[in-house]
Design a protein around this ligand. Structure first.
Ligand SMILES: Cc1cc2nc3c(=O)[nH]c(=O)nc-3n(C[C@H](O)[C@H](O)[C@H](O)COP(=O)(O)OP(=O)(O)OC[C@H]3O[C@@H](n4cnc5c(N)ncnc54)[C@H](O)[C@@H]3O)c2cc1C
Length: 455
């Protein structure tokens, strides 16, 4: 029996351990003989696996969770990561722009991103010889008169918590960034340490290869359903469609839901949001399409190589990309009605013309004439409740942990989130950063954790 089985109390549900212990005993008895057999219950099942922890979704968040669990528990805990597409062609992780900043308003977000920055800059300490290509050029957040006080308050909190940024008046901004038009800018906040961008693919690769090295198993398979036939408050098994099209049942003691943009849909497979009582509350995470455009400019006085990722008053951002003269840019739609359809990842070029280019051209004269030379789209795993990560136990299923909903800031937080989930499993409570305010229970109790710096 796992020596960690007693720890699954998640801080608030002290009635759990004996139940989990019982289920572990039962599962261990069934499996004494080892892995893989034809189930008598369903002849369509081709194989059966078991593990202590199953992680659904092998993106940055799921792979980080596997990494931290196996790094700490090693052979005492078996971990299987279920990933439906090992090429990751639609995963948010590899389609993100890899930004890391501490310019948030919630202490939890600031602290998670501080750890993310530490992790990313010291990747060799965690992964061995893996360079995450961190570009320490900072973030520059611009503010109008109306929002200047919030920017000041946020900057104060960020610096108190260990971030390093400075507030700049329009004249100071122009001195530092001569390409910047400050006509409608009242204040800017420039993060000069621990902010910049990195290679998300390399981070994912680092998590995966180290997690495997420590003994985690990555299974190519899509979660189809959970066994919820007995209305129990614990989930015990999940059915997966393997790459060869046969089904596999994975039995587990604990399940971590890290399915990114599809987490809400996966939760529905466990009756979350479609059941009664505590199960009537959905996991409010859905895909929202976001476009990224690559452009060049021949214009004079263009932002140079050390330019920070700059966020404009309307949320339009741009940064340099690579060693050439390319830039990337994007922004979120200004309201729900403007949300693009999510049926595919096609790029809408009118969105650039209508909502992005005018802002770029106004901010910097060199951007009045630009050429778009590339583009892509990806899904935010968008939390419709409060646009923030949901991290912690489910309120009905006692052995289900949730790690999703980061709405555009999850790649930088993946090191902290994986560590936090591993602490809940191995220590029974958050140890490094107290993330209890970001739990699923806030949705049930309608307690929004609103973050003012979402883009
Ligand atoms: C355009 C864009 C720009 C972004 N920029 C930034 C940024 O600058 N900074 C930042 O911090 N964040 C950014 N993000 C957000 C960031 O990418 C995400 O928050 C983060 O990658 C989420 O990681 P994840 O592991 O939860 O999701 P994913 O990477 O999507 O991983 C989830 C995995 O679950 C798998 N899966 C789904 N359903 C199933 C199933 N039924 N069975 C098995 N597997 C399944 C998927 O295949 C996927 O690989 C950006 C996102 C986008 C789209």
């Amino acid at each position: 029996m796992s020596k960690y089985a007693h720890l699954i109390s998640f801080g608030m549900r002290t009635d759990l351990p004996s139940e989990i212990l019982r289920s572990l005993t039962r599962i261990n008895a069934v499996y004494k003989g080892g892995l893989g057999f034809i189930s008598k219950r369903s002849m369509s099942v081709q194989s059966r696996r078991k593990c202590n922890v199953v992680v659904i979704g092998g993106g940055a968040v799921g792979s980080s969770t596997a990494y931290w669990l196996k790094k700490r528990a090693n052979r005492d805990l078996s971990v299987i990561v279920l990933e439906r597409d090992p090429t990751y062609k639609e995963a948010s992780t590899v389609l993100s722009v890899g930004g890391v900043r501490q310019q948030f308003s919630l202490p939890e977000n600031i602290q998670m991103s501080l750890f993310g920055a530490e992790f990313i800059q010291n990747s060799t300490k965690y992964f061995g010889d893996v360079d995450l290509c961190f570009r320490p050029h900072g973030y520059l957040v611009l503010s109008s008169e109306k929002c200047a006080q919030t920017l000041q308050e946020n900057s104060k909190l960020q610096n108190e918590l260990g971030a390093r940024n400075e507030l700049l008046t329009p004249s100071q901004l122009i001195r530092k960034f001569p390409w910047l038009n400050t006509d409608d800018v009242a204040l800017g906040c420039y993060g000069f340490e621990n902010e910049g961008w990195f290679d998300p693919w390399a981070l994912l690769g680092g998590f995966r290869s180290q997690a495997k090295e420590f003994g985690a198993e990555f299974l190519h398979g899509e979660v189809l359903s959970f066994d919820i036939s007995n209305n129990s408050e614990t989930l015990n098994s999940v059915t997966v469609k393997a790459k060869t099209n046969e089904t596999c049942v994975v039995d587990f003691d604990i399940c971590v839901l890290a399915g990114g943009a599809h987490s809400g849909q996966i939760a529905r497979q466990a009756n979350i949001g479609t059941g009664a009582g505590a199960l009537s509350i959905p996991l409010p995470v859905e895909p929202r399409k976001r476009f990224v455009y690559v452009f060049t400019t021949q214009g004079e006085n263009a932002p140079g190589p050390g330019t920070p990722l700059t966020i404009d008053l309307d949320g339009t951002y741009f940064r340099r990309d690579g060693m050439g003269s390319n830039f990337i840019t994007g922004r979120s739609p200004c309201n729900e009605q403007a949300e693009p359809p999510i049926t595919n990842l096609d790029v809408d070029h009118e969105f650039f013309e209508t909502y992005i280019w005018p802002t770029l051209a106004k901010r910097c004269t060199a951007f009045e004439s630009i050429k778009v030379c590339g583009s892509w789209a990806g899904y935010y795993e968008y939390n419709t409740f409060d646009e923030n990560g949901i991290i912690g136990p489910h309120t009905y299923y006692k052995n289900l942990l949730i790690a999703t909903g980061f709405s555009g800031h999850g790649i930088q937080q993946s090191p902290a989130v994986g560590r936090a989930i591993s602490e809940l499993i191995l220590d029974g409570h958050f140890k490094s950063i107290d993330l209890s305010r970001l739990g699923f229970d806030r949705i049930a109790s309608n307690r929004k954790m609103s973050e003012s710096n979402i883009y």
